[in-house]
Design a binder for this molecule. Structure first.
Ligand code: TEU
Ligand code: CA
Length: 542
């Protein structure tokens, strides 16, 4: 496979609303991001994925776009966006934009016209259907955020389709004008010098609502190939599709360069292992390390040739990495470092979600008034109506609610965690007193430096970028693998538990680890006595 810049990239995801507020209105903004570019350069990341920064009424915090060519007023101006692209570039950092084209806001001009005038050419930009003879919705499809996926419009006596909130009407990709407008808009951004796109719920664009087909519709790949021809092949862009419906075979297809579709996709199998299969995400079970190893290994192996993986533990929709996969109590520091080491030495392009690099944790709420997220608020009402107690629902939210990841970035231990000079739009996690960037930078043994070291090692070693992956058979709680390339081998060992574990390594001639999460090195390198959440990586001599 021809080498691509994004194979050796490390991408940092920013939730702009929560990253850094520069003007004291309590809302993060572009000038705030610009002011932290030195910090991001120091970490070593080479691209930033910005969650949506376009004009939006914020029913779903920017994932409901009312104008794709304007910047959200609270975030700043187009001039600041251009400045961000330029100043990031000076530091070797590319900007990846969020592309949300499965749906728009109901306040987008297209939808306003479509609703006002059924004869307008914009009517068919969306999905309108007559009621069933009894007046009910065309199908029983449910929206991801709860309730029916069809909204009735009194004036025209038709329903429109929305897979997310009723303020996020689905675009009709069957309409070629819709597709042409999307490609033109993408080219507008490519011309501004961006480095690529993260494509929101891209596997939903080929939907066929009347057949109850939402993801992986029959024309999905045709549309992606058309997008590639009209936009992507003109630039050297990174593209990552959000695909909850991907199997390894599908992910390999999307990311196979011969298919001319995407660079890679986000798949979500590992982040759903703590859920009860077949139930909504709120029903959880303990994470099985055996299953986690199985799933990660499966994706590593199946996409090894002719495909490409994305690597991530968390994002703005998911619980915090250390809370979901590590221990956010006693072993927070060790387990967060372990997660950094294990992920960044795998094959694929790693994504770091803001705050992960300092071990930020979930942030439970004690009352639904403290929630901001539309999914969480809707779910609360739905489960109350189903008879669950407030305490039960708040416990589900504490574990899986999306606001966990959206509390403001913790920069220092001053008021509002140094995020803003006034009260933030969403309360800061009270643990900012100890968990913050200032403290992390001052402590040479902090989680931050484990990220920095892992990133630096990856960037300078082809074995990590291109090497083959092999899982090593160990006790259930230990995750160990090797990476091999051109006569070089790296061994990664991690204890995914609070209990000490023993691992014999008679086959390997290991020397001092090049990266570790305990200060004191192991004494016996033939038989490792692994401490809680200990992680080590070695270069192996033949
Ligand atoms: O997420 C897609 C999506 O399906 C999520 O809503 C996910 O199912 C949910 O968070 C898990 O419960 C994308 C964006 O990442 C998300 O922030 C948006 O809300 C959504 O699309 C709609 O644009
Ligand atoms: Ca602001």
């Amino acid at each position: 496979m021809e080498r691509k810049w994004w194979q050796s990239a490390v991408i940092y995801q920013i939730y702009p609303r929560s990253f850094k507020d520069s003007n004291g209105d309590g809302i993060g903004d572009l000038a705030g991001i610009i002011s932290k570019l030195d910090y991001l350069e120091k970490l070593g990341v080479t691209a930033l994925w910005l969650c949506p920064v376009y004009r939006s009424p914020n029913d779903d915090n920017g994932y409901d776009i009312s104008d794709y060519r304007q910047i959200m007023a609270e975030f700043g101006t187009m001039a600041e966006m251009e400045e961000l692209i330029k100043k990031a570039k000076q530091r070797g950092i590319k900007i990846v934009m969020d592309l949300v084209v499965n749906h728009t806001s109901d306040e987008h001009q297209w939808f306003i016209e479509a609703k006002k005038d059924p004869q307008s050419k914009y009517r068919d930009y969306y999905i309108w259907r007559d009621p069933k003879p009894d007046g009910s919705a065309p199908t029983a499809l449910q929206s991801v955020f709860g309730g029916p996926a069809w909204e009735y419009d009194q004036a025209s006596e038709q329903y429109y389709f929305h897979q997310f909130s009723r303020k996020q009407p689905d675009l009709n990709w069957e309409n070629e004008n819709v597709r042409a407008e999307v490609y033109e808009m993408m080219n507008f951004w490519v011309k501004k010098g961006i480095g690529g796109f993260r494509m929101d719920v891209i596997d939903l664009i080929g939907k066929v609502p009347e057949k109850n087909i939402t993801s992986n519709g029959p024309k999905l790949h045709e549309y992606l190939k058309e997008m590639h021809q009209n936009v992507l092949e003109k630039g050297d862009l990174v593209t990552v599709g959000e695909t909850w419906g991907a199997t390894p075979a599908l992910a390999k297809f999307y990311s196979d360069p011969k298919q001319k579709e995407l660079s890679m996709v986000f798949q979500f199998e590992h982040v759903q292992l703590d859920q009860v299969p077949g139930k909504p995400k709120w029903f959880t079970r303990p994470l099985s390390v055996t299953k986690l190893k199985e799933v990660i290994s499966k994706w590593q192996v199946e996409l090894a040739d002719g495909g490409w993986n994305s690597l991530f533990w968390n994002n703005h929709d998911l619980p915090r990495a250390v809370s979901a996969f590590g221990d956010d109590g006693l072993y927070r520091v060790q387990s967060a470092k372990m997660l950094a080491i294990v992920l960044h030495l795998l094959k694929g392009t790693p994504y770091i979600y803001q705050g992960e690099e300092i071990g930020m944790t979930n942030c439970p709420i004690s009352d639904i008034d403290q929630a901001n997220d539309i999914e969480t608020k809707n779910m609360y009402q739905e489960y109350l109506a189903k008879g669950y107690s407030k305490a039960e629902i708040l416990a589900m939210i504490a574990r899986k609610g999306r606001d966990n990841a959206r509390t403001p970035m913790q920069w220092d231990n001053t008021a509002n965690a140094g995020f803003s000079s006034s009260q933030p739009w969403l309360a800061v996690n009270p643990n900012y007193q100890t968990i913050n960037v200032l403290a992390a930078l001052a402590d040479k043994n902090s989680i931050f430096y484990t990220y920095q070291n892992s990133i630096a090692y990856r960037k300078s070693h082809d074995v990590i970028i291109y090497g083959d992956y092999t899982l090593i058979d160990t006790a259930p709680s230990i995750f160990a693998y090797t990476r091999s390339y051109a006569g070089q081998t790296v061994l990664v060992v991690a204890n995914f538990s609070k209990e000490p574990q023993t691992l014999e390594l008679p086959k390997y001639q290991v020397q001092t680890p090049f990266i570790a999460n305990y200060e004191q090195q192991p004494r016996d390198l033939k038989c490792l006595e692994l401490r809680p959440y200990e992680a080590l990586a070695f270069e192996i001599k033949d």
